[in-house]
Design a protein around this ligand. Structure first.
Ligand SMILES: [Zn+2]
Length: 462
């Protein structure tokens, strides 16, 4: 059916009652009909419902106070805090909720890794006495190699997390709520005072025996924490309820996917009775916890192995991204649905992580520059006017991805109707967004559409 531009805007007005929206052509496994996409994202919301979860007699986890979780372990003469949220304001609020269960002094703070949403609120937990603060030896290496690209990473971060979307457009961030207090992000960070060596650390704090195990995955500086007495495992961000973000579209250095799988397998070997993730709800059943970790490790490894097989069969990333699938018996597990990470994105990251940008096909050694290619595509279509018609026809058919690709050619052509190309691109992005249940993709499409519409992007970016 044809869908005029104006009614694309209605897709968003119709979020409350989306019955009028019909499905477009899906180009990836995370694209479904808009009603289903919205329903799925709404149900994922339960994973970060705000509140304190009692994990065991002496372990409490505050979920949904910011993007990540913060936990408190109550010992004899003090408490231990694991992760501290992004800024002091939300950390203070979470700590007050945890404080209902103990007012003992904070003896230690442990950072599972150095991502900002886990370390920026530490000052809210520090009382009169300075606690020991634990991090791995290479703590802080998470974003190190990509710092030079900071300005553009910041823009892409805003899009991935939908930070500037209106309440009407917002759903969530896959493993975190849509709206978080970020104004004080990083303000409460207190650097680690004790370095956990590569072979880990076993210690007793406030009478609580605990182990810290170095476990590279989402970041190279990640570790998990094991409480032998309560059989509680704190996974940091190497496990949460969603297919893992093996690549972040905000832009990251290569995340060592193979190590990630191995780190999660190592966690499963502890056979925890309680699993506390860095984001999303704790799993409070021994069998469920071990199954989830085992499946998670296997899913990551499967994506890695399939990608490597594709690479060695001489396939390029575009083909591999469309061919690699999660094993059939894992695909529907609630903790492996692609709300946050994306299988095709992971395959591309693995490809470039192992081989760099070149796909092995000599055609791509020196491809045509975009403007020349656009001119040749226009010639092939019978002229710029015909190309423009094809672009509109693609949008009318809700073939959104093709409409995007043609609008990108149009922007390079002298004499093309650029305002029209821009409108088509905006509409196609919104059409794709409505079908997406992968939150970063959805947020990115919507944010980019808004940026284009507001005119804040330059001609180059359009
Ligand atoms: Zn996190």
């Amino acid at each position: 059916m044809s869908i005029p531009l104006k009614s694309i805007a209605l897709v968003f007005a119709s979020f409350v009652a989306p019955a009028i929206v019909s499905p477009g052509i899906a180009h990836s496994d995370t694209q479904v009909d808009p009603q289903t996409a919205l329903k799925m994202l709404n149900s994922q919301q339960q994973q970060f419902q705000k509140g304190v979860v009692q994990v065991t007699d002496n372990v409490f986890t505050a979920v949904g106070f910011h993007g990540a979780n913060t936990s408190m372990i109550v010992g004899k003469d003090g408490v231990i805090i694991i992760d501290t949220l992004k800024g002091p304001q939300s950390a203070k609020e979470a700590f007050e909720a945890l404080r209902v269960h103990s007012d003992k002094p904070v003896k230690a703070i442990i950072y599972t890794h150095s991502h900002g949403d886990h370390i920026g609120g530490a000052s809210a937990f520090v009382g009169e006495e300075m606690p020991d603060i634990y991090g791995t030896e290479n703590f802080g290496s998470a974003e190190g190699t990509t710092k030079a690209a900071g300005p553009v990473k910041q823009k892409r971060n805003v899009r991935q997390f939908g930070r500037k979307l209106s309440p009407m457009e917002s759903t969530n961030r896959g493993v975190a709520p849509a709206l978080t207090a970020d104004h004080d992000g990083g303000n409460g960070f207190v650097p680690p005072t004790i370095q956990v060596p590569d072979d880990g650390l076993k210690t007793t704090i406030a009478g609580i025996k605990l182990e810290m195990h170095v476990a590279p995955g989402e970041t190279d500086d990640a570790m998990f924490i094991w409480l032998p007495e309560g059989k509680v495992l704190f996974s940091g961000d190497n496990f949460y309820s969603s297919f893992p973000n093996l690549y972040a579209i905000r832009g990251t250095a290569y995340r060592d996917v193979r190590s990630w799988s191995e780190s999660v397998a190592k966690m499963a070997e502890f056979r925890p009775s309680h699993l506390v993730p860095g984001h999303t709800m704790p799993i409070l059943d021994a069998e469920a916890a071990v199954t989830a970790l085992t499946d998670y490790s296997r899913a990551i490894r499967s994506v890695y192995d399939q990608t490597v097989r594709g690479i060695n069969a001489g396939k390029g990333p575009d083909q591999i991204a469309h061919e690699v699938k999660l094993p059939a018996d894992l695909r529907d597990e609630p903790y492996l649905i692609e709300f946050y990470g994306s299988v095709p994105h992971a395959t591309r990251a693995i490809y470039s992580g192992l081989l760099g940008w070149f796909d092995g096909n000599p055609t791509t050694l020196n491809p045509l520059e975009p403007k020349i290619k656009a001119q040749k595509i226009a010639e092939l279509a019978g002229g710029t006017q015909q190309l423009s018609q094809q672009m509109q026809a693609a949008l009318d058919k809700q073939d959104y991805q093709w409409a995007l690709e043609l609008s990108d050619h149009m922007k390079w052509l002298d004499g093309a109707d650029r305002p029209l190309a821009r409108k088509v691109k905006i509409a196609a992005l919104r059409g794709l967004a409505a079908q997406e249940y992968n939150a970063p993709n959805r947020n990115y499409y919507l944010s980019y559409a808004n940026e284009l519409e507001s005119g804040e992007l330059s001609e180059i970016w359009f």
